[in-house]
Design a protein around this ligand. Structure first.
Ligand SMILES: Nc1ncnc2c1ncn2[C@@H]1O[C@H](COP(=O)(O)OP(=O)(O)O)[C@@H](O)[C@H]1O
Ligand SMILES: [Mg+2]
Length: 352
């Protein structure tokens, strides 16, 4: 089912009358059956957006559509949503079986059908053998699987996950990421996955929405957002090690790095914020020379800190192309991998 947010806004007013705009004029259409990552720094409005979709927060203005249904004013239990939070919120005194069954208890689902569905969901999430256990007898990852099974048992129209992996250790997080992706593919359920972790969002999402201060920055596939960041915020938010950024001027058609001509470039003369991802540099035989400040190996890659006409820049290059003793290296970067952002709006001016 398609999910559509139209001009969605949420303003919180505290006791002293101070307003916080948590979500601002958000327009998103999520195609049926896709997994969309909702990504942004802490406090950018991710949970508020999710809670409005769930019906747990009332929008200040705007609309929410599930397919053709306007659900903006519909009670949460009537929306057909499955919710999973960071803290699994399982009932500690109930078995896994009863935890998963619980959402069906107040529905008119015949007992046989309910039992069948609980088993089906438990198998889907890979805990079919653990139905008799209590939550305290499960690992964090297993508990989160139970929470997912419980969210899916009512066959919701939308699955909403709010930082579901944040409480898991790093290895389990990677494993559960793949599991959630698999479960989403197998069920084909339209899913929103909230996270502040750009790498997690990049690896799990069909498409991502990046928010900053409640405002949508970009909505695109992870790969296209990475190679074509719409603005400086997105460029900086995605990528590890992060993109190099500093001010650079274009003068008479030349990109200047600290007043030295670097390359011809087809954008209007002006002062810009430039962005260059460390991994987009190559160490080559014929390139521009830079003085090495620091160099260290990270497995297959080598990180070079260098002085780029007075700017401190990092390049991540193939270890085969460079030696630790090098004091000067020759680098290249394609024009298409140089991003220029408008100083006022932050918008990219030479891409997309
Ligand atoms: N119930 C609330 N009352 C007042 N302010 C809130 C409430 N919930 C969230 N906020 C504020 O709204 C903004 C967005 O919060 P939230 O949606 O929780 O962000 P995120 O999930 O991205 O970390 C924050 O500034 C937060 O302090
Ligand atoms: Mg949150």
């Amino acid at each position: 089912m398609e999910l559509r947010l139209e001009n969605l806004t949420k303003i919180f007013t505290n006791r002293t009358g101070i307003e916080t705009t948590a979500v601002k004029n958000l327009d998103i259409t999520i195609e049926s059956g896709t997994l969309v990552g909702l990504l942004g720094p802490s406090g950018c409005g991710k949970s508020t957006t999710l809670f409005m979709i769930a019906g747990l927060e009332k929008p200040t203005s705007g609309k929410i559509f599930f397919g053709d249904d306007d659900v903006t004013k519909l009670a949460p239990e009537k929306r057909g949503i499955g919710l999973v939070f960071q803290n699994y919120a399982l009932y500690p005194h109930m078995t896994v079986f009863n935890n998963i069954l619980f959402p069906l208890e107040n529905l008119d689902v015949p007992k046989d059908e309910a039992i069948k569905r609980v088993k089906e969901m438990a198998n889907l999430v890979g805990i079919g053998e653990l139905l008799d256990r209590k939550p305290s007898q499960l690992s964090g990852g297993q508990q989160q699987r139970v929470a997912i099974a419980r969210a899916l048992v009512k066959k919701p129209r939308v699955l909403l996950l709010d930082e579901p992996l944040s409480n898991l250790d790093a290895r389990l997080r990677l494993q559960m990421r793949e599991e959630i992706k698999r479960i989403q593919r197998e069920t084909g359920i339209t899913t929103i996955f909230v996270t502040h972790d750009q790498e997690e969002a990049m690896s799990i999402s069909d498409k991502m929405v990046v928010l900053d201060f409640g405002v949508k920055q970009q909505y695109a596939s992870p790969q296209s957002m990475y190679t074509d960041p719409g603005n400086l915020f997105v460029g900086k938010f995605l990528g590890n090690p992060p993109i190099n950024t500093f001010e650079a001027e274009v003068k008479k058609g030349y990109l200047m790095i600290n007043d030295k001509k670097f390359m011809k470039i087809k954008v209007p003369d002006a002062l810009y914020d430039i962005g260059m991802r460390p991994e987009n540099f190559r160490a080559v035989a014929e390139g521009f020379d830079v003085d090495v400040k620091d160099i260290y190996h990270i497995g297959r890659d080598t990180m070079v800190h260098f002085d780029f006409n007075g700017q401190n820049v990092r390049a991540l290059v193939d270890s085969d192309d460079i030696s630790s003793e090098d004091k000067v290296v020759h680098l290249s970067i394609k024009e298409s991998r140089i991003y220029l952002f408008d100083k006022e709006t932050g918008k990219v001016v030479n891409h997309g």
